[in-house]
Design a protein around this ligand. Structure first.
Ligand code: SIN
Ligand code: FE2
Length: 212
């Protein structure tokens, strides 16, 4: 028996769910939105140290971080002051098909990994809607994704996330530590300048009865 990627229930992986044509369509939808919402360099709370990954968001709310105010969601881009662009239709469709959640997502964080960019182990914990899963869509170069349990000291396993793969952290895995060890440069030709784009789709606020 192969070891499950996470010791926690609720981690699911759909390898190659998006074929090449679907990847290209989603890539184009994502690139069209960069003009209105350019990538910015997020900074760690307190220290102000830059993260290696560049970020932007789509949807009503975006996850941002800076030295002064730290991790949070807000409805405007930190540099342009404008609302975030809407979420691509493909992203909303995937949420409807896969999430099993009865309210729409509010945030689509766009992470761009270039060169030796990585993301340290963390738990997504800035959302009030803890019962909603986090859906993750990978485009471009393959990532070595790491996922463990609800304690930082729990054992972890490594999962390759290739272009077109979709995974979900739901149930107990919603609180699992996870991160990206590295990007395997040159494994995909989807993005013109190489690298990897990851979209993480989330419900942030607890839905009002009328939304369900
Ligand atoms: C994240 O945890 O926010 C990103 C994960 C990924 O890039 O696959
Ligand atoms: Fe995360």
């Amino acid at each position: 028996m192969t070891r499950p990627a996470s010791d926690l229930d609720g981690f699911r992986l759909w390898p190659g769910l998006l074929d090449r044509v679907a990847q290209e369509a989603l890539r184009d939808a994502v690139f069209q939105r960069f003009r209105a919402a350019p990538f910015y360099i997020p900074r760690m709370p307190k220290s102000g140290l830059p993260m290696r990954v560049r970020m932007t968001n789509f949807g009503a709310l975006g996850w941002v971080t800076d030295k002064e105010q730290g991790y949070r969601y807000q409805d405007t881009h930190p540099e342009t002051g404008k609302p975030w662009p809407d979420m691509p239709e493909q992203v909303l469709d995937l949420w409807t098909k896969l999430s099993g959640y009865d309210a729409p997502p509010e945030a689509c964080l766009v992470n761009y990994y270039e060169g030796d960019a990585r993301m340290g182990l963390h738990v997504d914990s800035d959302e009030d809607a803890w019962d909603a899963p986090v859906l993750s869509i990978s485009l471009g170069d393959t990532a070595l994704f790491r996922i463990g349990g609800s304690l930082r000291s729990d054992p972890t396993s490594s999962v390759r996330l290739a272009s077109g793969d979709v995974c979900m952290l739901g149930g107990a895995a919603r609180r699992a530590y996870h991160g990206v060890d590295r990007i395997m440069t040159g494994t995909s030709r989807l993005l013109p300048k190489g690298g990897r784009i990851n979209l993480t789709v989330r419900r942030v606020t607890v839905p009002q009865p009328a939304e369900r």
